[in-house]
Design a protein around this ligand. Structure first.
Ligand SMILES: Nc1ncnc2c1ncn2[C@@H]1O[C@H](COP(=O)(O)OP(=O)(O)OP(=O)(O)O)[C@@H](O)[C@H]1O
Length: 578
């Protein structure tokens, strides 16, 4: 006994040392915050479950009385008891259906609420940290892990209460009528406990493996469907088809091993259940034969014996459920515990802009140094400036840091040292995520959303009129081809600009950036697919616009440089003004 106790202590202290118990506690505490948030829903859920338990228990007792009246063991009004029995049976059905409806409604609300909450938290997570995860992995965590959590938060505590009450009340009724019977009904408990203990570790491993394989599969599917053109162009159909099968095989193998174990456990548990049922039958028949109990009591025992074994198994199954919920909580906590962006200065930024709307804002970076998490240092004490009514160009060889500089200006990347601010006269405001509302950004690649052209424009300026949209499209040299479309600005754009050429999509992206009327416009090789004349016209339009806009472009094209007021070359981790 003492040896066993010492082993247990050693086991748990080992877990504390390797951090698993600590992790489990942290995950449980995290989940607890959701439990307290939905305490009323959880209470309603529990109450519904308890009502079901009470009605089914009362039905069993009434059915006992009815059998006893019929067999002459008990005197009483048969018709009244029969009516009660029918009434409770119907009540049982109604309570079951109603509780299923209400619990589904609550579950739906809590599920959408928790998902929206987690979604919002993911949106404000530090961009660089978040970009370490594949989007497929993020989507799996958000959809399936968040579902596991919402289900768990809503069901686990009520189920614990309901099953415990059900077990204890059934047990109390059995003990009241015949304590010996209660002992026999409990025969299966030791086996259930031993079986579930052996399953726990495997369930934990299975949960972890399944989550990893699902994430990989989601990533693979997402990349396959969004890169169909490349896959076909390289004639990779067979390769991708085989790759999918490989992932499926891994998933199947893992699932099969788990199912086999489940089947074995199921067989053993069922055999134990049969032994317990037959023992209960045998004891019941013997007690009726010896006159110790009535037929009615025997029917009551038999129905309660099944309910006791079932409820106990349900109670035991709450342990693996808890493991799967905490595993999901851990996977979401990985994301949610990452640093968050600080948006507390939004109002100050809006006010700063309002005060200097007429003259525009300059961008000033002083002695900034930035190294990516993987150790790649892109800037070391670099300086950069851009001013209203001017276009500042950033040039340099591929991979030198042009896009990284725009990400720094956008506060997507946070320099390890140096300062960066927006300046207007002698006023300045530090660049933080709160300031991002003052930027418009056209990144590399096609970034149009599926929907109409007007919807894309109104995504960044919801109150934009048709005339404003036309004006922005004209400025981006996109009006001619949009006007030529049958539905004009209400023409549909497919996923990632499908239906329009690369150059047309670039012009639509620029129009979308212009319509927002942000004081700072960032264009990352946004005119690379255009012919020189169109590129020239767009940049000249931006320069000649009366709106005081500070424009920063990255480019490899000499044509752009001729229009720009100043040029910075990125070289050797510095920005050198030319
Ligand atoms: N998310 C990232 N994590 C780690 N390193 C990165 C990341 N993004 C870019 N880098 C590295 O930073 C360097 C600068 O990349 P960046 O995209 O800024 O170059 P660029 O000058 O815009 O190139 P291009 O002209 O080809 O677009 C590259 O060497 C790249 O490997």
């Amino acid at each position: 006994m003492l040896k066993h106790f010492k082993e247990r202590i050693h086991f748990y202290s080992g877990r504390i040392r390797d951090g698993r118990l600590h992790e489990f506690i942290a995950q449980t505490l995290w989940l607890y915050s959701y439990v307290t948030r939905y305490k009323w829903q959880i209470a309603a859920y529990t109450l519904i479950g308890l009502t079901g338990t009470a009605t089914s228990l009362i039905s069993s007792i009434i059915s006992k009385d009815m059998v006893d009246i019929i067999t002459g063991h008990q005197t009483g009004a048969l018709v009244k008891t029969f009516c009660l029995f029918i009434g409770f049976s119907i009540g049982n059905i109604i309570v079951a259906q109603l509780s299923s409806y209400i619990s589904n409604m609550i579950s739906l609300r809590v599920d959408t609420d928790i998902k929206a909450d987690i979604f919002d938290k993911m949106l404000v997570t530090d961009w660089e940290e978040l970009s370490n995860y594949h989007t497929g992995d993020l989507m799996t965590r958000w959809s399936s892990d968040a579902s596991t959590i919402s289900n768990g938060v809503l069901n686990w505590v009520p189920n614990l209460v309901i099953y415990t009450v059900k077990f204890v009340s059934s047990f109390a009724v059995v003990i009241y009528y015949d304590p010996a019977f209660a002992l026999v009904a409990m025969l299966g408990i030791p086996v259930s406990i031993v079986m579930s203990r052996s399953m726990l570790k495997r369930i934990q491993d299975n949960n972890r493996n399944a989550a990893q394989i699902n994430a990989r599969m989601a990533g693979f599917n997402q990349e396959t469907f969004s890169n169909m053109q490349t896959i076909k162009a390289f004639d990779l159909l067979k390769v991708y088809s085989m790759r999918l099968r490989q992932y499926q095989r891994e998933y199947r193998d893992m699932k099969t091993a788990y199912l086999r174990l489940g089947m074995l456990t199921g067989i053993i548990m069922s055999l134990v259940g049969i032994v317990v049922s037959y023992s209960c039958y045998a004891l019941g028949i013997y007690r009726v034969w010896s006159g110790a109990i009535s037929y009615g009591t025997m029917t009551l025992f038999l129905s309660l014996a099944n309910s006791l074994t079932g409820t106990l198994n349900n109670l035991i199954s709450l342990v693996p459920t808890a493991i799967s919920i905490t595993t999901s909580a851990g996977r979401l906590m990985d994301i949610l515990s990452m640093p968050k962006e600080d948006y507390s200065g939004r109002e100050e930024a809006a006010h700063f802009y309002e005060s200097h709307r007429r003259d525009g804002l300059s961008v000033v970076l002083k002695d900034i140094s930035y190294t990516y998490h993987n150790g790649r240092c892109v800037f070391d004490n670099a300086c950069f400036e851009a001013h209203p009514h001017r276009i500042a160009a950033i040039v340099g060889p591929s991979g030198e840091g042009k896009t990284s500089l725009l990400r720094i200006i956008l506060a997507l990347l946070k320099p390890q040292s140096g300062s960066m601010c927006l300046q207007a006269g002698s006023d300045s405001l530090a660049i933080t995520p709160s300031v991002r509302q003052l930027f418009s950004y056209v990144p590399q690649g096609n970034t149009m959303f599926s929907g109409t052209i007007a919807e894309n424009m109104r995504a960044v300026k919801p109150d934009a009129t048709d005339d404003e949209i036309e004006e922005a499209l004209r400025m981006a040299c996109a009006w001619d081809f949009v006007n030529a479309c049958e539905d004009g600005i209400y023409s549909r754009i497919g996923e990632r600009g499908l239906g329009f050429s690369e150059g047309q999509s670039q012009r639509l992206s620029i129009a979308r950036a212009l319509i927002r009327h942000s004081p700072i416009l960032l264009l990352d090789e946004a005119t690379s697919a255009l012919d020189e004349d169109t590129e020239n016209n767009i940049l000249t339009n931006i320069m000649q616009d009366s709106y005081p806009r500070t424009c920063i472009v990255t480019t490899h094209r000499p044509n752009v440089l001729r229009i720009c007021s100043c040029v910075y070359r990125i070289s050797d981790r510095k920005c050198i003004r030319q």
